[in-house]
Design a protein around this ligand. Structure first.
Ligand SMILES: [Mg+2]
Length: 142
């Protein structure tokens, strides 16, 4: 069962680090798609099958929270698994993200942190009580 992942971050260095962590975290990876901001991410989500999106908060054009709002408003992307990755995580922001069915991972993180978050998220087939269903991984490939 391979996981298609989208890495959304305005920093190419950070995207490379996230990809490196993904490759080391023990998850079987399928395609990894990159986007430099929310606008680009929405464009790519429309044309590729993604199981999980790892999203930065501070980005030009459309930031991570705005992107999450768009994802949850669109029927096609509402079940997408989302982990927001940021250095800034006020309790207010984290609870707001969770209310929209996203998880939060603080930078810097280890591949183990990332792998654990992903495994926990994919194990959640009955939602987190927020009313947002975290769907089991499924897609055209399996
Ligand atoms: Mg950024």
């Amino acid at each position: 069962m391979k996981l298609n992942v989208m890495v959304v971050d305005d920093s190419a260095v950070m995207r490379a680090m996230v990809k490196k962590s993904l490759s080391l975290c023990g998850i079987e990876l399928g395609e990894v798609v990159e986007a430099a901001n929310g606008v680009e991410a929405l464009e790519k989500l429309a044309s590729s099958w993604v199981d999980l999106a790892l999203i930065d908060v501070n980005m030009p054009k459309m930031n991570g929270e705005e992107l999450l709002n768009h994802i949850r408003e669109d029927e096609a992307t509402v079940p997408l698994n989302v982990i927001v990755i940021s250095t800034e995580g006020s309790e207010t922001r984290i609870s707001r993200l969770k209310s929209k069915g996203a998880r939060f991972l603080r930078k810097p993180f280890s591949p183990e942190n990332l792998g654990n978050q992903i495994r926990e998220m994919l194990g959640e087939t009955h939602g987190d009580g927020s009313g947002n269903q975290a769907l089991p991984v499924s897609g055209p490939d399996f």
